[in-house]
Design a protein around this ligand. Structure first.
Ligand SMILES: Nc1ncnc2c1ncn2[C@@H]1O[C@H](COP(=O)(O)OP(=O)(O)O)[C@@H](O)[C@H]1O
Ligand SMILES: [Mg+2]
Length: 278
């Protein structure tokens, strides 16, 4: 395994009324790894993400996170603290400002981690000005990194779906995360765009050194980029190991692989674009 422990989920459970969406799930993510959750629809994968982002409170169990100031109980933090701790995410359904340009969307993404206060913003003090310059620099860096120069001033609503997925990735990167959560990064993408997405994930992991926790259905993408895979089914952990180990697990094959939930064979060939939104 790669680096030090970064995130540790222990005995997590979430109940929605009569449904146990997550049932006693535990796993550890280490610095520098690409850790992927797989499982059929409804397995509880997005719910696990929502626990880490503090959108949901676990019914039982907890998550610890090694933040800049040491280990803390993530499940005890306020939702707005998550971004400041260096955790960023993309959503299963893209969440961007459609009527704003790519540049504006990235700047908005960046602003959530600004540390200057409202008063200094209003007075535009030296500190606020320095933060603004830094934000611009970071955003330009991300535009370069993800090859978005061409779309810089385009309104997000007018972009092809595949580009919007990259912009959403960019918005998350602008916060300079230590842990990046990607919920189905390849959903809605054609073969070529999925290939590009695999490259971005590899670059984010290897060149930027950002730890990636991902939910993904495309097993060829999963095998290519993941160090370890956690398979879930009906809220429970089914298997944990390398991509090959997990794919060889009999329970995983039964619950998941070779079914319609592995989308790698269903993708549109390159050239066929999704017209509007997903
Ligand atoms: N806010 C919610 N209220 C009620 N049920 C929910 C809620 N969020 C998710 N669920 C249910 O929890 C289960 C797991 O959902 P989810 O985590 O989205 O699955 P996955 O991402 O693996 O497809 C599903 O049965 C889903 O319908
Ligand atoms: Mg989901």
């Amino acid at each position: 395994m790669s680096g030090n422990l970064l995130l540790s989920a222990q005995h997590l459970s979430v109940r929605f009324g009569g449904l146990l969406a997550v049932n006693d799930v535990g796993f550890e993510v280490h610095e520098g790894e690409v850790f992927t959750l797989i499982g059929p629809n409804g397995a509880g994968k997005t719910t696990v993400f929502n626990l880490i982002s503090r959108i949901y409170q676990p019914t039982s169990g907890h998550i610890d996170y090694v933040g800049p100031g040491g280990t803390l109980r993530l499940t005890g933090q306020a939702p707005h603290a998550v971004a400041e701790l260096g955790i960023a995410r993309t959503f299963q359904n893209i969440e961007l400002f459609e009527h704003a340009s790519v540049l504006s969307n990235l700047l908005i993404g960046r602003h959530i981690r600004r540390r200057t206060g409202l008063l200094s913003d209003m007075l535009f003090t030296g500190r606020a000005r320095a933060a603004e310059v830094q934000a611009r620099e970071k955003v330009e860096e991300v535009i370069d990194f993800l090859d978005l120069q061409h779309y810089r001033d385009t309104l997000v609503g007018g972009l092809p779906y595949g580009v919007r997925k990259v912009v959403e990735l960019g918005r998350a990167l602008c916060t300079e995360p230590r842990l990046l959560l990607l919920d189905e990064p390849s959903s809605g993408l054609n073969v070529e765009e999925t290939d590009d997405m695999a490259f971005w994930i590899e670059d984010i992991s290897k060149d930027l050194g950002i730890t990636v926790l991902m939910v993904e259905h495309d097993m060829s993408l999963v095998s290519r980029v993941s160090d370890r895979v956690l398979a879930m089914n009906q809220g429970e952990v089914l298997a944990l190991g390398t991509p090959a180990e997990v794919q060889a697990h009999p329970g995983v094959a039964e619950a998941y692989l070779g079914t319609i939930d592995d989308v790698s064979n269903l993708r549109r060939p390159a050239g066929q674009q999704v017209g509007g939104r997903a």
